[in-house]
Each structure stands twice: as C-alpha cells, then as structure tokens.
Design a protein around this ligand. Structure first.
Ligand SMILES: [Mg+2]
Length: 231
C-alpha cells in the first residue's frame, strides 16, 4: 500500500535562524507602510494566519491576500542568501529524505505553513528541494487552517499518482499545531522535538511518536511505516 509522508519545513527539516520572522516583518512593512508593533508569532501557524494576526494586532484593515502573498514572496527572495548563510538543514533531514525517496511505495512531500514560493526557497537554500515531490505538497498559500492542508495534499497526490483517498498519511512536524492537524484530519504524526516544543509538549498535544530529532534514519523509517500499518 502507498504511504504518503508530508514534512513540515521550519524546525523539522531546517533551522531558519530568524530569517523567517524577518520575512514576515518585511512583508508586513511593505504592505502596511509601517513596522509591526511586535514580531510575527509563528509556531506551526500558516502564513495566511500569521499575517492576518499581525494586521489584527496592529489594528489595521486586512489587505487582500494576493497583496500579502506577493510581499511574502518578494521578502523571501530577498533573503535567500541570508537564509543560506545563517540557516542550516537539521541533523538527519537530508538522509531521511533520501531514504524515503528510495522507498517505492512512499510518496514524500511537504505540508507547511509557508507559502509555496517560500517553501521551495527554504528547501532550495540547503539543497533539499529535489528530494521531495513539491508538486503534490500543501502550503500556507492554500488555506489558513493547517489541518485543511492534509486534504489539499491528499487531493494533489490522488491527481498525480492515483493513490486512493484511504491511503495512510503521516505528517512529520515540530509543533502542537502539526500534531493537531494530523489528529483532526485522520492522518498520523511523527513529532520531532527540534523546535521550541519539548517531547512532553508534543506528547501532551496527542503525539504517540515523538523523536528527539531526525538523526536515526532507520528508526524514523520504521516508525513511519509502523504508524501507517506498512511494516
Ligand atoms: Mg515547524
């Protein structure tokens, strides 16, 4: 049976070293014409939600999404080099993606709060973009609600591969919002404690599998397959 694995990006596959928050700040300033009163609050939120909350906190009228998205794309492009220099792929991320890519029954893509352009840019900064099928991923540009992105990815996988709707989906992510997105959408979750959230936080959110990081490729693969009933 096919297994769909959907990776979160920030603090799961890569460390952005603060560049992400700079992108939100710059995009806000470009659209609003002033600096935000406080940095963006992220932690598993989608870009649509992050930017909406920034405008709400600053008591500004919500701009059209396409304007915000264009500003996020520009801000991302302008910081590609900064991301490449300051950020890094997290330990084991590359090997995990390569190993999954060798599994014929596994479709490996992303489920991320980033808009698609910035998701591609963040992975490309560390040479990871060619290791997943980004055409069938789900992005923060697709929906404000992270859990709704599971259905978006399922539809794209079905259209591209003909994989049935009941095929198991496992998310890999670092925040309680990743866990919630899986649990409320019928997906499974492998949580990794490489972000702000501890193993205890992630377990409390409902994750039955929590790994300290992605460093042990064999163990990760076994957990993914085990959760999906493919072992
Ligand atoms: Mg994350």
């Amino acid at each position: 049976m096919a297994l769909i694995v959907l990776w979160d990006i920030d603090h799961t596959l890569i460390e952005n070293a603060g560049v992400s928050k700079e992108i939100y700040g710059a995009a806000f300033e470009a659209v609003a014409g002033c600096q935000p009163s406080a940095p963006a609050v992220t932690e598993g939120r989608t870009d649509r939600l992050i930017m909406q909350e920034m405008f709400d906190r600053n008591r500004l009228v919500q701009p059209k999404w396409h304007t915000v998205q264009a500003a996020l794309e520009t801000a991302g492009c302008e910081r590609f080099e900064a991301l490449r220099q300051r950020g890094r792929a997290l330990p084991g991320a590359r090997d995990a993606l390569i190993a999954l890519g060798k599994e014929p029954a596994v479709i490996s893509s992303v489920l991320t709060g980033n808009i698609e352009a910035n998701a591609r840019l963040k992975l490309a900064a560390f040479g990871l973009d060619g290791l997943v099928d980004l055409e069938v991923g789900a992005y923060g540009s697709d929906h404000r609600d992270r859990a709704a992105l599971v259905g978006v990815a399922r539809d794209r996988v079905y259209a591209a591969y003909g994989v049935p709707a009941r095929a198991p989906v496992v998310l890999v992510g670092d925040t309680p919002r990743d866990v919630e997105a899986a649990l409320t959408s019928g997906a499974q979750i492998v949580a990794v404690a490489t972000g702000l959230h501890s193993t205890a936080d992630l377990r409390a959110a409902g994750a039955s599998v929590v790994l300290p990081d992605l460093a042990d490729t064999a163990s990760l693969l076994a957990r993914l397959k085990g959760l999906a009933g493919c072992d």
